[in-house]
Design a protein. Structure first.
Length: 236
């Protein structure tokens, strides 16, 4: 992966700290994951990680970055920001900006970061077609691994397909269970969009929320597209 996400995160956190309109609540990166730990996780999981994902975890183990608009802004400034940047204010979580990259072991093995397996009566289990293949509800659920646990409603998740060298990603809503409303993308493209939009929750929704958007070509990174949904306010 050509994108240095660790360095970009550090720069982003510093920009947020210096911004007079924003308040950085938390910024923490976990230690890089050793190669032997990654190999052990792959052996246990039964599938090698895509190269970009391996490289990411070799550079950092997890991420927590959260920010909000400052609560004590004067009303004139607040109105100017919300008028100019309508997607700034989150209605699904505590923070306007949130990046929560899950630790490797949790992402692969913790049930909290997978979709639930439901009990269906014979013949009643729904099906979901993804990338040209039809899966039962539980078959598809077993393929999903939540990677960026944005808030209690949204998560960016991998769709694990062992026969592919890279895994597509989807922005799940409905408290991490609804895959009907997302464009697909790939890891590096997603990380570039996250940095370009300062981790804004609503910017991600603007980018990826689209009914059966998975039937379209993956959304690749485009600076112009990122600028169109950017929610980086300015007091200028």
């Amino acid at each position: 992966m050509d994108f240095d996400f660790r360095a970009e995160l550090k720069e982003l956190a510093e920009k947020i700290r210096r911004d007079p309109l924003l308040e950085l609540f938390e910024f923490e990166m976990g230690d890089p994951v050793p190669e032997e730990t990654i190999k052990a996780a792959e052996a246990r999981f039964g599938t090698p990680l895509p190269t970009p994902l391996r490289q990411l975890y070799q550079s950092l183990g997890s991420v927590n970055l959260y920010w909000c608009l400052k609560s004590r802004l004067d009303e004139r400034t607040r109105q100017r920001i919300t008028k100019r940047h309508t997607n700034m204010i989150s209605d699904s979580g505590l923070f306007d900006g949130a990046i929560r990259i899950v630790a490797l072991e949790d992402m692969l093995f913790d049930e909290d970061f997978t979709m639930p397996q439901l009990e269906w009566k014979e013949g009643e289990e729904p099906e979901f077609d993804f990338a040209g293949t039809v899966y039962t509800d539980n078959e598809f659920s077993r393929m999903v691994r939540h990677f960026d646990a944005v808030d209690n409603y949204y998560a960016m998740s991998f769709i694990v397909q062992p026969d592919l060298v890279d895994w597509k990603m989807m922005f799940l809503g409905g408290h991490w269970i609804d895959a009907d409303y997302s464009r697909v993308t790939y890891l590096e493209d997603y990380l570039r969009y996250v940095i370009a939009t300062r981790g804004s929750v609503h910017a991600r929704r603007e980018l990826f929320a689209e009914y059966r958007g998975d039937r379209r070509e993956p959304l690749r990174y485009d600076p112009a597209v990122a600028a169109g949904v950017s929610s980086a306010p300015s007091d200028k």
